[in-house]
Write a protein of this length. Sequence first.
Length: 158
Amino acid sequence: MSDVTQVNSVAEVVQDEELLMVAFASSDSECVNQHFGSSVGFDVYSVSANDSTLLTNKRFAKEKKDGNEDKLKPKLAWLHGSDLVYVGSIGGSATKQLVSLGVTPVVVKGGPEIEDIINELQDELNGTLSPMLERITRQKSGKGQNRFDEMEEEGWDE
């Protein structure tokens, strides 16, 4: 992992607005196996229909699961610029804060491998987009400025 760029936020490594910037909450850089708030690390890949590249990663100190909102601030600041963040679980407050930054959290169970998730995203990018990816790609192209109306159309419910 020493060849990845170390940055203050994911926004610093966004190279192409057409690429998805996808973060994964992981302790081992192989599987999505961390709760967002207590995650010890995130790995960020750029993903296109035919390629993916590990761009950066960040390790955080182990945090207590005590509801301390301040522990979220460094993670939220660092993830700014991501389109998606895959997590094992996430609380409501963190979800709202990510969405307000334009980052869509995705909860996955069972510790799936990062490589498998990337392959699924690429399959979708080469086929029919889910409403979630359609919304993200539309926002990235500047066509979907009112994400709250779109979220309501998708059936988003707090």
